[in-house]
Write a protein that binds this ligand. Structure first.
Ligand code: MN3
Length: 273
């Protein structure tokens, strides 16, 4: 299971919430975020003169397990034991999802970064650039998406799954006509994802409004420029052991585990607040 020697993966920790100038500006739109972040990372640079909001990274480089010395990512620890989400998500599903599936995305991401580095140095097969860029997008998206997923998950008995803060609740009411209407649309979007994918609540900065989007696989169907706030993984590996083909039951149960204070924090960062 999990080692206690490493710091807990806690989105509410001071280190998590103050790292607004993290070197890696990556969002749960992993493909877009990583594809752009990787070259920037080569110089460990952030754009000069960029507004603070644009530099705010969530999840942060730290939460993503980025090691600037090794230039690779590591699997983040969860803030709770795998059994903490029972009965809504069973411990076995959590363990496999985190320690096998998420771990595989991290390994695939590191591999893609290494292979692209080789190509840059003239040591790799440049004809495979398209393959490794796709690997980067898929596994980078997978890593970012799952990191967001764990950060916005809390045990049902933690009492965090009621409703968002006043600011986010007012925005939800403005953009969706009410909290229940939002939850209904979000659940319907999640249930209707074809195959493996995600549903996301996002802040869309151009319209200054919340939107609900679907994402196919780990990186497609994103809304360009939008900032992810809350997502649900509807790949079968996220629920099949307990719910089999009843995805809607899983989506309903997951609503008991939403860590609204973490979503509130992402909303504040997305608006640059
Ligand atoms: Mn998954």
């Amino acid at each position: 299971m999990q080692s206690s020697s490493q710091p807990a993966f806690d989105p509410t920790s001071a280190s998590a919430t103050t790292r607004r100038d993290a070197i890696l500006s990556m969002t749960a739109l992993g493909a877009a975020g990583l594809a752009m972040a990787a070259p920037a990372l080569a110089q460990d640079a952030k754009p000069a003169g960029a507004p603070a909001a644009a530099r705010a990274a969530f999840p942060s480089a730290e939460q993503l397990g980025w090691d600037p010395a090794k230039r690779e990512y590591s699997l983040p620890k969860l803030a709770h034991p795998y059994s903490a989400f029972e009965p809504h998500i069973d411990a076995q599903t959590m363990e496999i999802h985190h320690s096998k599936h998420h771990a595989a995305y991290v390994a695939g991401l590191n591999k893609a970064l290494k292979e692209l580095e080789k190509i840059r140095k003239g040591e790799g097969d440049a004809s495979l650039i398209k393959h490794w860029e796709r690997e980067l997008a898929f596994h980078g998206g997978g890593h970012a998406n799952h990191t967001m997923f764990w950060l916005t998950l809390a045990p049902a008995n933690a009492g965090l799954s009621g409703k968002p803060s006043e600011a986010l609740l007012r925005q939800i009411e403005k953009d969706f006509g009410g909290f229940d209407a939002f939850m209904a649309q979000f659940g319907a979007a999640a249930n209707a994802v074809e195959g493996g994918g995600w549903a996301w609540l996002m802040w869309e900065p151009m319209a200054q409004a919340l939107i609900i989007t679907q994402m196919e696989k780990q990186q497609e169907m994103y809304f360009n420029g939008a900032r992810p706030l809350l997502g649900i993984d509807v790949w079968e590996h996220a629920y099949y052991l307990k719910y089999q083909n009843k995805r809607a039951d899983y989506v309903k149960a997951w609503a008991n585990l939403i860590n609204w204070p973490a979503v509130d924090e992402f909303f504040a960062r997305a608006r640059g607040a």
